[in-house]
Design a binder for this molecule. Structure first.
Ligand code: ADP
Ligand code: MG
Length: 634
């Protein structure tokens, strides 16, 4: 019942061996007892059980009593088994120890699953990479790579870092990071993740992040946090378990006293007290919640949805409305420049300048512009002192003076008029328009079109199907774009909110929160406040900004909205299973306690009822493990 400490696989294996020996002893004892072999063989089997099933529990019980001053369930079980043996019910005591050892091992296996998923991921991180420098290629440790280095990736090898393909094309299996088993073909300009497998291409990769900051490194960190953050019901059951354990021990001692006082023979009184102890032990209650939550967390992680803890999982299951950011969340990060208006010089000088100011921005608009000038073979102008203004744009200075690039709102703030016919025509469409200017003078504008993610529509439909009534899209982009994307996704006009500043998103979420718990899904710096305000913040994993990932409770590494809907269903199912388990466990306990107090319930029945119930709730929780959240099941 005491979970093995994080990252101690040896202890898991020891547990398996001990349980195996206990089980073997039990089988020998049972077979010889029923097969009428010899009493010595039975005694041998029982001894095995008491040693391998009982001593470890006794050791754990004494450990927590001595060091943490905690009376835990191990202690109850050991006391019950000893009491049983004392009244001659050695066999029943052995059954109790065997089943207890079995349920503990089952639980540990479940807990270990989630942990091992991450450890497996760590093992997949390559240790060396082929660095291309000054025309030569050398093998270097991955830890020594810095952003900007170029590494060569051979077919069949794993990516040593998060990076961008400079040349070459290949099919890439990203299942380690996103859970998606179908390979994706990627070419120049595409980003790849550390630990994914390059199946067939020869690639030159530019290192985007050092190994310690890679997506996988962040995942590992997330999951480690997840193990520390307990869900409320988990906290409740361990809190309850501890107090209850003390109460049961005290109750059994008192019952023993009362039975004696009633004038029962000592043997009978002890037998009944032991039965009560077994019947009333809260094993099933304590174990039911973590078994379910850990199984669900691990199933979700395999599908590319990482929860920062059981609490986030529980809250997601109770969510009533979902709000989505548009750019980079419902739409792909791969926006394209679709129109250019240059009011002063040539188109190329204009593009070089706007690329210069956007050079360091993480916004999807900026990467669209960078990709365009890469294709045209232009060099970005040098712009310094660049500052982003979330949801508006960006400002900086070149050798002539201050520059800005951004939306209408920013232009208005700069006092720039947008009445040039070329600009008006560009703004007539339903694309995002970015203006650039110096003070009041507008230098030109580009139109950028983003496309809905393939999974967005299906994801939203699935959410509606699973009972989410309120779905909202919240964007800092202008209304025509918002309407185009929103209606393609089947959103009603009143569900589409455009021209928002980061703080407006927070206000809208507070409005939604009046109708129940709210989840917010976003990717950008401008989403951080909304992610933090929502009951569950969900960040787009790999392409999302670090700020968003930090503010969020859940990371959507697969970036697949159907997976998100499936994770929501999984969270709901988890809640249901926890409730089932708790009701069942409490009910079974009440029946057993009543039986032992008033109906002379025999000890063997109490043992089987109690431990059988514990095994049942663990198995019920473990069902979630086999509930992979795949898009085809959303
Ligand atoms: P969303 O909320 O849909 O993710 P944002 O709030 O990030 O959108 O952006 C809102 C608008 O702000 C964009 O449509 C764009 O007009 C402007 N903007 C934001 N960042 C930049 C940038 N780096 N360069 C130019 N314009 C920007
Ligand atoms: Mg965004």
């Amino acid at each position: 019942m005491t979970p093995a400490p994080v990252s101690d696989p040896g202890r898991d294996e020891l547990g398996l061996v001990l349980t195996g020996l206990t089980l073997a002893g039990m089988i020998v004892a049972a077979a010889s007892a029923y097969g009428d072999i010899s009493a010595q063989v039975t005694a041998f089997g029982l001894t095995l059980v008491y040693i391998f099933g009982g001593l470890p529990s006794a050791a754990r019980a004494l450990h927590s009593l001595w060091f943490d001053l905690v009376l835990d369930i191990d202690l109850l079980m050991v006391v019950a088994a000893v009491a049983a043996a004392a009244v001659g019910a050695t066999f029943e005591g052995a059954v109790l120890l065997t089943l207890f050892s079995l349920s503990g091992t089952l639980e540990n296996q479940a807990m270990g699953k989630a942990r091992r998923a991450v450890e497996a991921l760590m093992a997949l991180r390559p240790e060396t990479a082929l660095l291309r420098r000054d025309g030569t290629v050398a093998e270097v440790p991955v830890a020594s790579l810095a952003a900007g280095d170029v590494v060569v990736i051979r077919p069949g090898s794993r990516m040593p870092v998060d990076g961008t393909i400079l040349s070459g094309e290949g099919a890439i299996n990203e299942s380690t990071v996103t859970g998606e088993s179908v390979p994706v073909v990627k070419g120049p300009g595409s980003s790849v993740f550390e630990a994914t497998v390059n199946l067939d291409g020869v690639l030159d990769l530019r290192v985007d992040r050092s190994a310690s900051e890679s997506t996988v490194a962040r995942m590992i960190q997330l999951v480690t946090q997840a193990q520390a953050a307990k869900a409320p019901s988990e906290r409740f059951s361990s809190w309850f378990g501890q107090r209850y354990t003390a109460a049961v021990l005290a109750g059994s001692v008192i019952a023993f006293g009362v039975f004696l006082w009633l004038g029962w023979p000592q043997q009978d009184a002890l037998y009944r007290a032991a039965t009560l102890l077994v019947a009333a032990s809260p094993c099933a209650i304590v174990i039911s919640v973590p078994a379910a939550i850990l199984s669900a967390l691990s199933a979700a992680a395999r599908g590319g949805v990482l929860f920062k803890g059981g609490a986030a999982l529980e809250t997601l299951g109770a969510v009533r409305s979902f709000a989505f950011d548009k750019t980079g969340t419902l739409t792909t990060g791969q926006a394209e420049v679709t129109g250019i208006v240059s009011l002063t010089g040539s188109e190329d000088t204009f593009l070089a300048l706007i690329a210069g100011i956007e050079a360091q921005s993480e916004h999807h608009i900026a990467s669209a512009i960078r990709r365009l000038i890469d294709r045209r073979g232009l060099t970005p102008a040098s712009v310094t002192g660049v500052t982003a203004i979330p949801s508006e744009g960006i400002v900086g200075t070149d050798d002539i003076g201050p520059l800005w690039a951004g939306n209408r709102r920013l232009a208005a703030r700069m006092g720039a008029a947008l009445d040039d016919p070329g600009l008006l025509r560009l703004a007539d469409g339903d694309q995002t328009v970015i203006y650039m200017g110096r003070g009041r003078q507008v230098l030109g504008a580009v139109a950028v079109a983003d496309q809905t993610r393939a999974s967005s529509h299906a994801g939203i439909l699935a959410l509606r199907k699973s009972g989410i009534r309120q779905i909202a899209m919240m964007t800092g982009d202008r209304r025509p774009v918002a309407l185009r994307i929103g209606s393609a996704l089947g959103l009603r006009d009143d569900e589409i909110h455009a021209d928002l500043l980061p703080e407006d998103k927070v206000v809208l979420i507070a409005d939604l929160a009046a109708g129940g718990k709210v989840a917010y899904v976003g990717d950008g710096v401008n989403d951080a406040a909304a992610l933090a305000r929502a009951d569950v913040g969900i960040a787009m994993g790999a392409a999302g900004s670090d700020v968003a990932l930090q503010a969020a409770d859940v990371a959507l590494l697969s970036e697949n909205m159907e997976r998100l809907a499936a994770a929501h269903l999984l969270a709901k199912r988890t809640g249901r299973i926890i409730r089932q388990n708790l009701v069942f466990a409490m009910g079974a306990m009440l029946v057993l306690v009543a039986g032992s107090l008033f109906f002379n319930l025999p000890l063997p029945l109490a043992v089987v009822g109690h431990e059988g119930g514990t095994v049942l709730v663990v198995l019920n929780g473990l069902r979630l493990l086999f509930d992979p959240i795949r898009s085809d099941r959303a």
